[in-house]
Write a protein that binds this ligand. Sequence first.
Ligand SMILES: [Zn+2]
Length: 363
Amino acid sequence: MRNELNNTMKTIWILGAGATISNDRKYPSIMDFFSRGKEYFLINESSKTVRDEYEDLKNYALNYLNKNIMRKNDKIDIEYFLTHLYIEFDNSKNPEIENMINKIIGLIKKVLLESEKRAPFSTEYETLATSFLNFNTSTIITFNWDTLLDKILKSKKTPHYNYLERELSAKYLWGYTNGPKHSPYLEYPKNGELYLKLHGSIDWVTCKTSNCRLRNLMFLKEDITGEYYCSECHEVCNTLIIPPILNKQYNEYPSIKKAWNLAFKEISNSNKIIIWGYGLPPTDFYANWLFSRSTPKECEIIVINPEILTEKRNSETNEFTYSINKIFQKKFSDTFGDRKITYYRYFSDFEISKNIFEKYILK
Ligand SMILES: [Zn+2]
């Protein structure tokens, strides 16, 4: 990649759902989980009737979000829905609400697994992973729950997946393999290549039993089609997926806490941040805080996101005109101030260094 030639820099890749969708449109955005669930017959028996087990979610959404999970036009932000339920559960401790939370997490997992089956190739992530082999010191910070990039990093044997397994999962917590634990440091060792999944992942499994020795630890599982049981207390395990906003949950899980702390350190030590398919959603207060607080003053910012442009078609000439989406742009300038921000519409534009001003005549 031409853009990556300077290998003395520490580059941080920040990935959102848009990056995975850019690899294949079969992947859902945060607003598409219910419509995909319906399309794949995960939440419904037929085009009209919801499955019995999703009846409670349907009623909750109708009553409190004023949305119908069965109606395609009713776009529901699944992170928002999940957060809504968590707040409800915090106040009521109602096991039925907890049950709904688990169903939504189960649905996220099922929809992403189905999408993965339908989208076997991911050429952009392949290109990205290959670039990591050629130029070192790149850390990846992702808000994505899917495992598309994980699999590619693992197969290409870049250091990132190995880092995730060794340092964030509980796999090497005991025994010789992990070696001695390091003593507290004064200066952060900034030359690692990390893979930090800040909102968890569909293949992260954890035990929630209070007082269990394995409680809240993260185990990575390759096959996630079945249900796992805790080898210590033998309770059924949960999938470790965390919605934004609820930062108190970040402290509950050591792997998540560690990932956020490391994200802060890594960004603080970077010269370049490339934000691909992540649109700084205003609901993710903690992520917004992370970026505005940790980004060095001289850091160069690159944004890859089709949302930066608004496209209009002239019905007579059939020609397209493009203009900058000011609302989208403002989110970035508010967060990064007067740092230099370069916008690319697609990953392929970034690869050949053609930013929006070089590629388009903007109105
Ligand atoms: Zn347990």
